[in-house]
Write a protein that binds this ligand. Structure first.
Ligand SMILES: Cc1ncc(C[n+]2csc(CCOP(=O)(O)OP(=O)(O)O)c2C)c(N)n1
Ligand SMILES: [Mg+2]
Length: 677
């Protein structure tokens, strides 16, 4: 356990003035408060209250406990710090500037919330070093922190405590704890006994509408205790009490919640303790009053040299620790070292597609009839032996999602050598935790549920996409084709809704070969998440060759027209087989139709126009076929095309009857063509 260290710089270390300097805890916390007030004032927008209230807690954490090295922001064994209460972004920006992250200059703070600055309204992953995740949608950060703490345990089990031994700290507010996702995330962390997760709860009793008593009477401490957490409550303005609580939290084997009683907008003479400090500038008078009350007579954005020096000293504490870690890595055996570096870098090992190639060959030879969820399981069987970094899971639908394969053992409390997570019925937390796993690095997460429940994962899927994280969502039961479970379980609008998310590859493969190709793309594409939409029902094999990954084009001509191409039938997933059958019916009537499989709209959109035009068959009648909402299909079918698919919710019945009932059949396609030619 790290010793609580003095925050005096007189003991040595860098000093902005070059001379020995001392600063009190109060001075250092006030530097955060002043920077937050000043930046929000300059931007004329933002949230000063939370940074001012949590300045003391954050100062204790960053000067005495947090293991980090601003000169090496990506050092793999650093502690992770997640500002789940992302509206308090100035707390993080101030800390990064004060502790000496080179890219977080004082000018960045002056440009808070301005176009092109690193200091966006909410912390944006990738905008500046030291921002471990994008936060702002309340509660998501907590879910990310659970994933990060889990990744730490998984990697420690694989590479040992010499290389992997760090804490995950999160600051969460009343809002984060009111969000439902906090329940799922905390419950999962409690079950897995993620003892190195420490949540500092900004227990200020205020949110936007006013005192939290307007809306919530939860006993948060009892709630977390019930999840199996270690719970403490402290005065968040008493640095020694906070330090003692953090030290105690680090010593327990349970995840820890420290409820820090704070005053929002601490120091603001009139507005402190009220929601008036939450989301708007304090105003010149209030800021002047706060400067006086806090004893901070310095001009805006000026941190006196001794105080800055004390902060930089705190930031420099980590350098020897990171250097010692380098030595341990260098001393580890070559195989371990190479593999550790590869996984942390997110690189894929040589030959990782071998199993997939064999699977595709076999599918071509045997042409099985198989649900794509089963094909996905075959793909996983082919991938898992080659990719030890794969961490699978499902939200209590393992048998339905086909996400578990031989060789994967469950992850559980004190069982982190496993690679399969039973997330339980916690889709929200699963998706947020997968973001945390991916952000932490060293693992590639995939997790399953029904496609209809992407709605329960959607806030996190959006953040995977915004942060460009390689998270793979295995979403089965992807249409009315699931049958008897009925309209509550039959996705209709979900493909359209997912396709609307930027940076997200939505794959809907049509057979075994396409499923293998889509899995390959999901793994190989490092800079974006993927959704695999997979069927419950069996589908025929359609592909006759598998030399090139055709799904990489997003769409391609599966079958050319047998005669003069008058029609192009464009379909995805299970409906590609319907298009193929319709092509036969059309051929019998002397109408030439090409069949296009369009498994990934995003990748297709990225192709050159001439390729897209050729595939779509400009000048031919285009018919879209998908057992889903027509929303978005106009992109491919305009100007005169027709759509064969769903117009409303599904119904409960056997799948074949539903296809007939909703007229998504080869015959319906034939009729649609004949009505237009
Ligand atoms: C999911 C979500 N809903 C709503 C908001 C808008 N919002 C931002 S901060 C906030 C209140 C948060 O209260 P608390 O966590 O107590 O923060 P404090 O006011 O104490 O800083 C709300 C509703 C949001 N950012 N995310
Ligand atoms: Mg609050």
């Amino acid at each position: 356990m790290a010793e609580a260290s003095s925050i005096s710089t007189s003991a040595g270390g860098p000093s902005a003035s070059g001379a020995a300097a001392t600063a009190t805890h109060r001075d250092m916390a006030n530097a955060i408060r002043a920077l937050a007030m000043d930046a929000v004032e300059a931007a004329n927008s933002g949230h000063p209250g939370m940074p001012m209230g949590m300045a003391d807690v954050a100062t204790v954490l960053f000067t005495r406990f947090l293991k980090f090295d601003p000169a090496r922001p990506e050092w793999p064994d650093r502690d992770r710090f997640v500002l789940s209460a992302g509206h308090g972004s100035m707390l993080l920006y101030a800390l990064l500037h004060l502790t000496g992250y080179a890219d977080m200059t004082i000018d960045e703070l002056r440009n808070f919330r301005q176009l092109g600055s690193r200091t966006a309204g909410h912390p944006e992953y990738g905008h500046a070093t030291g921002i471990e995740t994008t936060t702002g949608p309340l509660g998501q950060g907590l879910g990310n922190a659970v994933g990060m703490a889990l990744a730490e345990r998984l990697l420690a089990a694989r590479f040992g405590g010499e290389l992997v031994d760090h804490f995950t700290y999160a600051i969460a507010g009343d809002g984060c704890l009111m969000e439902g996702i906090s329940h799922e995330a905390a419950s999962l962390a409690g079950h897995l006994r993620l003892g190195k997760l420490i949540v500092l709860f900004d227990d200020n009793g205020i949110s936007i509408d006013g005192p939290t008593g307007l809306t919530v009477s939860d006993n948060q401490q009892a709630r977390f205790a019930a999840y199996g957490w270690h719970v403490q409550a402290v005065d968040g303005h008493d640095p020694e009490a906070v330090a003692a609580a953090i030290a105690a939290a680090r010593a327990t084997a349970q995840p820890s919640l420290i409820a820090c009683k704070t005053v929002i907008g601490f120091g603001a003479p009139k507005k402190a303790g009220t929601s008036k400090t939450h989301g708007s500038p304090l105003g010149a008078d209030e800021i002047a009053g706060a400067r006086e009350k806090l004893g901070w007579p310095y001009p805006p954005f000026v941190v006196p040299a001794p105080i800055l020096a004390a902060w930089r000293h705190a930031g420099a504490r980590g350098a020897p620790t990171s250097a010692a870690w380098d030595k341990r890595l260098a001393a580890s055996d070559k195989k371990t070292r190479t593999e550790f570096k590869r996984r942390v870098a997110g690189d894929l090992p040589k030959g990782w597609t071998k199993g997939l190639e064999a699977l595709k060959r076999k599918a071509i030879d045997e042409a099985p009839s198989m649900a794509t969820r089963v094909a996905s399981q075959r793909a996983l069987e082919a991938l898992v032996p080659h990719l030890p970094e794969l961490i699978g899971g499902s939200a209590d639908l393992t048998g339905s999602n086909n996400t578990l394969v031989a060789g994967q053992n469950p992850v559980g409390p004190d069982q982190f050598a496993g690679s399969y997570i039973y997330y339980g019925v916690r889709e929200h937390a699963m998706a947020a935790a997968m973001n945390g796993l991916a952000l932490h690095g060293g693992v590639i997460p995939y997790g399953g549920t029904f496609l209809v429940f992407t709605d329960y994962c959607r806030p996190s899927i959006r953040l995977s996409a915004l942060m460009r994280q390689r998270v793979i969502y295995v979403m089965t039961h992807d249409s009315i084709g699931l049958g008897e479970d009925g309209p509550t379980h039959q996705p209709v609008e979900h493909l359209a809704a997912l396709r609307a998310i930027p940076n997200l590859n939505v794959f809907r493969p049509a057979d075994v070969v396409e499923t293998a190709e889509c899995w390959e793309l999901a793994i190989a594409t490092r800079d974006r998440p993927s959704v695999l939409a997979l069927t419950r029902q069996a589908l025929p094999s359609l592909r006759r060759e598998a030399g090139e990954n055709l799904c990489a084009y997003g769409g391609y001509i599966l079958l050319p027209a047998s005669t003069n191409r008058q029609v192009t039938l464009i379909a995805t997933g299970s409906e590609v087989a319907i298009a193929v059958a319709a092509r036969e019916l059309l051929a019998a009537e002397g109408i030439g139709a090409a069949v296009v499989s369009l498994p990934c709209w995003q990748l297709f959109q990225a192709q050159p126009a001439h390729y897209r035009d050729e595939v779509l068959g400009l000048g031919s009648l285009r018919i879209g076929i998908e057992a889903a909402s027509p929303f978005g299909w106009g992109t491919w079918l305009a100007p005169d095309g027709a759509f064969v698919g769903m117009r409303g919710f599904g119904a409960s019945a056997p799948a074949e009857q539903l296809y007939e009932h909703f007229k998504i059949t080869p015959h319906a396609v034939l009729e649609a063509v004949k009505a237009r030619l």
